[in-house]
Structures are given as structure tokens and as C-alpha cells.
Design a binder for this molecule. Structure first.
Ligand code: KG4
Ligand code: ZN
Length: 463
């Protein structure tokens, strides 16, 4: 019965074995069809436009009754960096949120050491999920579905979350939703700002990504710009490390704090990519400039800032402030241009969402607010706790897709340990805006998964 059910629903394709390259995509797309028949557990607004004549009888009894969106409860699991899980109700109520940070590992190894990270994830994931359920006063039986990040990110880390999600979903006969990490950063803005309608723009800034997108619709994104080398969060982290800052909360917050003591005009770093009139980003050159400045100011990164002389501390603060000014100026310039481009495509846009870990920075928010106001738009910035990686964004994105009928049926309860999961370490969110391609970019394209947008659009065309 489940096999017939699976052909009636659209999928984010958690089940396709190893669909990393386009040839296997074609077979995935066959199963991707979002047929107009939505199973009984789907939320009412989908049901209002769809027939419910073909239903599974082997599903949890609770799904036999019509469930409204408000009554859905989705558990979100995210292990692409920290371990986090959360339970969220369809009406946006956050029932619980648990984060188990890997910051101590980051501080110890100065970056992500994949094997160590995988072990650390495996050790805490059961506890994190249990705590998320306990804090919400729920058991897995009360859930409507499980959402889990399947990419982009390190496969070793993603696997831990996906394994846990499938185990839980298999044991309790729950549908499962595969989530794009960056889409989750973007869509959490719709949880906190319920007025936020498509289309809108988003700047997503994290440790691994700098993305400027036009969000046309759920699952339909145009990529206006991306980074050609490092992301801004990586530049914050490296600069913080070289300045001898405390990395236990990751480098960004420590650098933001120190920058408040410094003179942002004292060192004239040059703004990246001035000569490229596009919306892409680059932070590798700025990192090099910072390194040189650190050398010329005789700063020894081995000496922690807490032990630095007052003059040394002053130099470090000046570098921090000067770095931050230029790093953010680069964002401002790119956003300004992207707004112009986006308006040509979608004149009706009213909002710029800024999300991802770096968006928790107050200086970043203030500067971007200025850009947005100048362009008569509104800034939507989730609270810092929802900007950095969190299970809420995964659960919420799960709810958004679930309500469109995009999910996979429950995995078998006895799934074999060797089952090959569909993980998407390199997975673009949207299709690149053709007029925005940069000559400065030479993207490595090997082993890149087809974008979320292209998968969903192809499946819609097959309807
Ligand atoms: O989105 P996120 O939590 O994880 C990734 O998907 O990468 O972003 C983490 C990044 C790290 O590079 C961290 O240093 C940066 O966000 N970050 C900040 C701040 N808080 C976190 N960067 C600047 N200022 C902050 N306050
Ligand atoms: Zn993130």
C-alpha cells in the first residue's frame, strides 16, 4: 500500500539512491511527480484544491482524520554543523528548541574536522532529539512528520541526522521531509514575519555560503549572486582566530564585540570585486589583506587577546573594526545592485530577508537596514537564535513543503544499517540568473547536485 501511496505524492526525494549526478536525476524525477492527489494527512489548504480519493490505509490512525495546518507538529533535525532539533506547530508556535554546540571542537581544531564532528554528532543526536520532544511535552507518536537537512554540508555530519530522522520516522510510521539547509535559513523568516509573502529577496550569510536570491515562490529561487571563494562567516572566523579571540562561540560574535572598541577607518582595506559589476562575493582577498595587517602590526595569534597589552589590544580592535567595515560594505554594495536586478524580474518585491549566522550581527543588520530603507524595501531579519543554525528553521521549512504535498512516505521500520542515504553535500538552491554570471567565477561543477528549484520545477512540469 505504501508503494502506491508514494506514487501519489511529490517528493523531495530522500529515497533516491545516490542521485548525485544528472543521469540518475532522470530516474528520480519519475518519482518526483507531485500528483494532484494528496494523502489524508495533508493540511487543509492543500486538500481544498485536491481530491482525496486515493488514500493509504496503513498509516497512523491519527492521519485518518483531516488535519489542519495549525494542528501539524513537525520535528526538525539538523546536523550539518551543530546538532539541533526542534518541534514546531503548523501555526508557527515553537514548542521546543535544542542546540548542542560543536564550538568546543571548532575552537580546539580551528575548524571542522569531519571525522571528529561525525563522532560528536553521533554521541549527542539521540539526546538532542529526546530533549526536543520532552521540552515540547510530546512523544514521537504525537508528531505529524519529521524534517531533516539533507544538504548542503558535510556528508559525514548530514548522515547522522538523516539516520536518526529515518529511524524515528520508520519506527513511528511518520512521513519524512528532506530539507535544503539554505532554504531553511531563508524560510524561517516567514515563521517570524507572517505577512512575508512571495516574491521577496534574501541575503543568506553563513559560515559556508553567501547567497543573494530572489524567492519567487516556495521551492522556486533565482540565484542572483554567490561567493566565488569564501563566505563572509569564514572570513569572520579566520580573522577572529588570527586576532587570538575566544572561538568558543565561533569567531563572529567575538569579532563583533572587539570591533566596537576599534577605529573602523584606521586600516584601509580595499573592498572586494569593485571592478565586477555583478552580485557575486569574494572574501579570500580580504582575508589576505587582514593577514598582512596582522603581520605588520606584530600581532601574535598565539597570545590570546585576554593576555594582550593595551596597545596590542588596540591594534587588534582596529583590525577587527576595519575588517568588519569592509566585509559588510561588500554586502551593502552587492545588495544594492541585487535589488535593482530583482526589481527588473519582479517589480512587486517589498522585502529583503537577511538570515544565516552572520545575520545575527548587529552592525550587519544596521548597515543593511540602511540599504533596504534607501530602496524603499523592508528588512526582515529573524532573531539571532533563529539566524544561526537551528532545528526550528528545518521544522518550519518541513511544514511549508508538507503543506504542498512534498514529502516522502515513512521509511521501513527495519531499514538496514547499510542503506545508502540521499545526501546532497553540494546542492545549489536555485538556478543562476543568466545576466548575472560573473567572469570572475570559475565554479567547480563536479558532483554538484541539480538545484532544489530545478528538481521541483521539473516535477511540477510533469504534473
Ligand atoms: O548559519 P550558521 O550558524 O552555520 C552555517 O550554516 O555555517 O553560521 C555560522 C557562521 C559562523 O561563521 C559564525 O562565525 C558566524 O556565522 N556568526 C557571526 C555572528 N554570529 C555567528 N558572524 C558575525 N557576527 C556574529 N555576531
Ligand atoms: Zn547555516
Amino acid at each position: 500500500m505504501l508503494s502506491s501511496l508514494s506514487s501519489t505524492i511529490s517528493r523531495l526525494n530522500l529515497f533516491c539512491p545516490k542521485p548525485l549526478i544528472p543521469p540518475s536525476l532522470s530516474s528520480c524525477l519519475k518519482t518526483l511527480k507531485p500528483l494532484p492527489i494528496i494523502p489524508r494527512w495533508s493540511c487543509l489548504h492543500s486538500l481544498s484544491t485536491h481530491s482525496t480519493s486515493r488514500l493509504s490505509t496503513s498509516l497512523k490512525p491519527q492521519f485518518d482524520a483531516l488535519v489542519s495546518k495549525d494542528d501539524l507538529v513537525v520535528l526538525g533535525i539538523e546536523t550539518s554543523c551543530d546538532d539541533t532539533a526542534a518541534a514546531v506547530r503548523g501555526n508557527g508556535e515553537i514548542l521546543s528548541q535544542v542546540v548542542s554546540s560543536q564550538a568546543d571542537l571548532l575552537a580546539k581544531y580551528g575548524g571542522v574536522a569531519p571525522k571528529m564532528a561525525e563522532e560528536a554528532h553521533s554521541q549527542v543526536i539521540d539526546q538532542v532529539v529526546q530533549e526536543a520532544l520532552d521540552k515540547a511535552n510530546l512523544t514521537a507518536r504525537n508528531l505529524s512528520a519529521v524534517a531533516v537537512t539533507i544538504g548542503p554540508g558535510l556528508s559525514l555530519c548530514l548522515r547522522v541526522g538523516v539516520r536518526k530522522a529515518r529511524k524515528l520516522a520508520g519506527s513511528f510510521n511518520l512521513p519524512i521531509i528532506g530539507i535544503h539547509h539554505m532554504e531553511a535559513h531563508c524560510l524561517v523568516a516567514r515563521l517570524i514575519e507572517r505577512e512575508l509573502e512571495f516574491p521577496f529577496m534574501a541575503l543568506l550569510i553563513s559560515g559556508g555560503h553567501n547567497l543573494l536570491i530572489l524567492a519567487h515562490d516556495l521551492g522556486h529561487y533565482i540565484q542572483l549572486g554567490t561567493t566565488i571563494d569564501d563566505a563572509i562567516g569564514e572570513a569572520y572566523d579566520k580573522t577572529a582566530k588570527w586576532l587570538g579571540l575566544d572561538m568558543s562561540r565561533s569567531g563572529g560574535p567575538a569579532l563583533e564585540e572587539l570591533a566596537q572598541e576599534g577605529d573602523a577607518e584606521s586600516i584601509k582595506f580595499s573592498t572586494p570585486m569593485k571592478q565586477h559589476r555583478d552580485c557575486n562575493f569574494s572574501y579570500a582577498g580580504l582575508k589576505t589583506q587582514v593577514r598582512l595587517a596582522i603581520g605588520s602590526h606584530n600581532i601574535n595569534p598565539e597570545i590570546p587577546i585576554s593576555s594582550a597589552s593595551s596597545q596590542d589590544r588596540r591594534s587588534r580592535a582596529d583590525i577587527a573594526a576595519s575588517f568588519q567595515r569592509v566585509a559588510v560594505l561588500h554586502l551593502e554594495e552587492r545588495c544594492d545592485r541585487a535589488i535593482e536586478w530583482a526589481r527588473k524580474i519582479e517589480p512587486s518585491i517589498k522585502h529583503l530577508v537577511v538570515s544565516g549566522g552572520v545575520a545575527s550581527n548587529q552592525y550587519v543588520r544596521a548597515r543593511l537596514d540602511h540599504v533596504v530603507k534607501k530602496n524603499n524595501l523592508q528588512l526582515v531579519c529573524p532573531p539571532p537564535k533563529l539566524c544561526t543554525d537551528n532545528g526550528v528553521m528545518v521544522a518550519w521549512t518541513g511544514i511549508e513543503h508538507f503543506c504542498m504535498g512534498r514529502f516522502d512516505p515513512p521509511p521501513p521500520a527495519d531499514e538496514h544499517e547499510d542503506y545508502v542515504y540521499d545526501l546532497r553535500p553540494r546542492w545549489p538552491l536555485g538556478e543562476e540568473y543568466a545576466e548575472g554570471r560573473s567572469e570572475a567565477r570559475s565554479l567547480r561543477t563536479a558532483r554538484i547536485h541539480p538545484s532544489l528549484t530545478s528538481i521541483i520545477q521539473s516535477s511540477l512540469q510533469q504534473q
